[in-house]
Design a binder for this molecule. Structure first.
Ligand code: ZN
Length: 464
């Protein structure tokens, strides 16, 4: 395995291949095959996103993948931002289509014409839906599995509300969904409000979660947009209030993608391979029986597996022939499985198991009667360790800069910034870092590092 610290990029590519997450040899560039293990982990993330969304009153829908040029053209600004990145379908069989259709790059223009049919009066609001689908971008930059692809596994929530303030509260709900998700994923991240010139076209404002990747670059992993009335005016989405007066709705969206999995892999893994948080690990516990002449360790292991599965723990027993226990230990460590249980003849005779936690040194013994409790504790310790590591990353990889010259290193930087573009442009050109905007998760006030006027703490980094 490559050294992660010295060569993150190659380490990342190698681990995706070795751990069988994704296969990029598919003949369409930037469109990769989801292999079972990677897909299972992504499905676990989706499951969390579904539960959290439903808990907050956002219901799942599924829209068609094709969007007509007319639908897209309604929002001119939208189309202008995307036209060069779209895949177009122009023929059906041998026939030229009457109108070109795009593979959805995101679903505003697919959903909002329907919103204008669905929403009639205030009783129809709030309208809150989400979908988890593939979206398509004709990406011209260098592609990389999970981080930059052309077919993107995407979560998108879209809501409509009576007022600007109601929509603002929805952004607060999105933040809770994000925090809920990250309680499992444990990604070190900073919440930033994008500068006006870098927000989503058509948004009043955009808030993003930027994960801190190894090497100090950031990866945008979640975005929340307040649209105000910008889209409802172009798609004519109106409701009548109690007195029958007509108003445009206020809208929001929330987007996340398979980048979440890329961030989990990139951030938590080590030189032995993947490390998965227990909440999304396809296998939480692997049992490795050590062959013995005097004891049936395989049956013993199978019994333990049944016990744990009854408790809802995702568990498997590795009884493959032709591999030594040591080889299997390495294999499952590489796969990032949080807890390993070893069972040999000693364990059988003493009715116990030996436990090893992926993120903690050493092994521990536990009796069979305490099995479930000990496994749950081990999984919790594993997650706590990831949480601890994640907290350290912010301290180590995000530096506070007092002046522009201090921001030329390989880290991400916090610096006071007045909000003016001339100042951030100067920082960007002198340091080759992007301005991610004012930091909401670590707020503080001070003098702009460029002009000395009053400013807020902002974040600057190289981005993926
Ligand atoms: Zn300034």
């Amino acid at each position: 395995m490559q050294n992660k610290k010295e060569n993150f990029s190659e380490w990342y590519n190698e681990i995706l291949e070795t751990a069988e997450m994704s296969d990029k040899r598919y003949p369409v560039k930037g469109m990769n095959v989801w292999l079972p293990y990677g897909l299972k982990a992504m499905n676990m993330i989706d499951l969390l996103a579904r539960e959290l969304s439903e808990d907050h009153g956002i219901e799942e829908v599924r829209f068609p993948v094709l969007i007509t040029r007319n639908q897209l053209a309604v929002e001119f600004e939208h189309l202008k931002g995307f036209e060069g990145e779209l895949y177009w379908v122009t023929k059906g069989g041998y026939d030229q289509l009457d109108i070109d259709m795009a593979l959805r790059p995101t679903s505003e223009s697919a959903m909002y014409p329907m919103f204008s049919l669905w929403i009639r009066n205030h009783a129809d609001l709030p309208k809150r839906i989400f979908q988890i689908v593939s979206v398509y971008r004709y990406e011209t930059k260098h592609t990389r599995s999970f981080l930059r692809v052309r077919e993107i596994h995407f979560y998108e929530a879209h809501t409509a509300h009576e007022s600007y303030e109601d929509a603002e509260r929805q952004i607060g709900d999105y933040m809770k969904i994000w925090e809920g998700l990250n309680r499992t994923l444990k990604l070190p991240h900073v919440i930033n409000r994008r500068p006006d010139w870098d927000k989503f076209p058509g948004a009043v404002y955009t808030i993003a979660a930027d994960a801190i990747m190894p090497g100090g670059r950031t990866l945008q992993v979640a975005t929340m947009h307040h649209y105000g009335e910008n889209f409802s005016k172009t798609y004519d989405i109106r409701y009548s209030d109690e007195s029958g007066e007509s108003h445009y709705v206020h809208q929001t969206t929330y987007g996340m993608s398979e980048r979440l999995l890329g961030a989990v892999i990139g951030i938590h893994g080590d030189d032995m391979g993947l490390i998965l948080p227990s909440g999304i690990a396809p296998v939480q516990v692997v049992i490795v029986p050590i062959p013995s002449q005097s004891a049936d360790t395989a049956s013993y292991g199978a019994e333990i597996m049944r016990t744990l599965r009854m408790e809802g723990i995702r568990c498997t027993v590795d009884t493959r022939d032709g591999y030594t226990p040591g080889w299997k230990y390495n294999y499952w460590e590489m796969k990032g499985v949080p807890v390993r249980i070893e069972v040999g003849e000693k364990e059988v005779s003493s009715q116990s198991v030996t436990l090893a936690v992926r993120t903690i040194k050493g092994r521990r013994k536990t009796s069979l009667k305490d099995l479930t409790k000990s496994v749950r504790e081990a999984l919790a310790e594993h997650d706590e360790k990831l949480e601890y590591n994640s907290g350290r990353v912010i301290g180590e990889s995000v530096r506070h800069a007092e002046k522009v010259e201090d921001m030329k290193g390989q880290f991400s930087y916090f610096a006071y910034w007045c909000g003016n573009r001339e100042c951030s442009d100067r920082i960007e050109s002198e340091t080759e870092k992007n301005c991610l905007g004012v930091t909401l998760s670590h707020p503080s006030k001070g003098k702009c590092v460029v002009c000395g006027r009053d400013g807020d703490r902002a974040m600057f980094s190289r981005t993926y």
